[in-house]
Write a protein that binds this ligand. Structure first.
Ligand SMILES: *Cc1c(COP(=O)(O)O)cnc(C)c1O
Length: 360
């Protein structure tokens, strides 16, 4: 009857544009290890994000792990329970202890007041997510970090394209990581990056990203976190289209905004001084039973949504359980609607009709 509408659909550039880059890689016989396309993409993204230093990685999870490593973070890391699992799994994978601070119910980002209560002598860093591309309270977090001598790493997997106070959101913190997974706003199929602010950190991370050695000289423990030329090629082909992609997502979000206003739903709040990237369209139901009913009703019309994020990460079976009531509550009530460049008027209409029908 219908084409299914998925929650997201990867933006693809015209095939010929991608293939031109791929041919360059094939002709050069350089397929990875900091090749020419990789270098071009690194520089293009550095300029696009106004970053002091930027390193590409094989994915956004390795980007987080490298950031934790490069800054020598040990002991307890205060983090958000309302994020994708990779935020907390990278803390654990690097041998650190995650401590969950609750979130602000308006922005769904970590609540600075909750961070401060949890700091003790073993705390060394804050790892916070700009969830849905919405800025964390970066000023309050920076003030706390300065007061207690903590490092700040932002998981900016959703942050590409958002500006806060006229600067890319990725420029805040000691480091900000990005994910370029195919489901993200800007993508390289699989990939990621880290934005840094010093030459020394860049140098250290470059070494760690590539097994910790240069030629036969081994300096320290490393991992393979490199991006291949084929992935960088996709990045080079997608990047010129990114403004159009963001504009199209804005059109769809605006249309949803108009149509949900009469329904019993809430939306996260975008703080002032933010130029938003429209990376997701989360809606909050009054309670979980209404969410489940809507999700099921919409799926019956082949409109596919996603509980993003559920569950609250403090409830994972492999973390020490603590209570973060705001995050736990929001995680049960939040659903992301389909949002991707190219979703046309009839698609938007079907999303909204299926939502309205399932709410009655
Ligand atoms: C996607 C995502 C990641 C992981 O990125 P990958 O590139 O898939 O490894 C990390 N954090 C958040 C918030 C994400 O959404």
């Amino acid at each position: 009857m219908y084409e299914p509408i998925m929650v997201t659909r990867t933006f693809l550039p015209p095939q010929e544009e991608y293939l031109q880059w791929v041919r360059q890689a094939l002709d050069s016989h350089v397929l990875t290890n900091n090749g020419p396309i990789h270098k071009k993409l690194e520089e293009a993204l550095r300029l696009r994000l106004g970053a002091d230093h930027l390193l590409l990685t094989s994915n956004g999870t390795i980007a987080l792990q490298l950031a934790i490593r490069t800054f020598g973070i040990k002991g307890k890391v205060i983090t958000t329970p309302f994020s994708y699992v990779a935020t907390v799994s990278s803390i654990l994978w690097e041998g650190c202890i995650p401590v969950f601070a609750d979130i602000d119910p308006n922005t769904c980002c970590i609540d600075p007041a909750c961070i401060e209560e949890l700091i003790d002598k073993d705390t060394t860093a804050i790892l916070a997510t700009h969830v849905y591309g919405i800025p964390c309270d970066v000023e309050a977090i920076e003030a706390i970090a300065l007061r207690y001598g903590l490092k700040v790493i932002y998981d900016g997997a959703h942050a590409f394209g958002t500006l806060y106070k006229g600067k890319s959101l990725t420029s805040y913190g000691d480091a900000c990581t990005l994910s370029f997974h195919a489901t993200k706003l800007f993508h390289t199929v699989e990939g990621g990056a880290v934005v840094l602010h010093s030459e020394a950190h860049e140098k250290k991370m470059r070494l760690q990203r590539s097994f910790g050695h240069i030629g036969d000289e081994h300096y320290e423990l490393g991992i393979n976190g490199k991006m291949s030329e084929m992935h960088a090629a996709m990045g080079m082909a997608v990047l010129p289209h990114i403004e159009v992609v963001i504009r199209d997502r804005k059109r769809i979000s605006g249309s949803y905004d108009e149509q949900i206003s009469g329904l019993d739903l809430c939306r996260p709040v975008i703080p002032e001084n933010t130029k938003y990237n429209y990376s997701y369209y989360p809606i909050l139901f009054a309670d979980e039973s209404r969410l489940m009913k809507a999700m099921k009703g919409m799926a019956e019309m082949d409109v596919h949504t996603r509980r993003y994020f559920y569950p609250s990460l403090n409830q994972l079976p492999y973390v020490e359980r603590t209570s973060t009531p705001v995050s736990e509550q929001i995680a049960t009530r939040v659903l992301c609607l389909p949002l991707y460049a190219g979703l046309d008027e009839s698609g938007i209409e079907r999303v909204m009709t299926s939502l309205r029908n399932s709410l009655v």
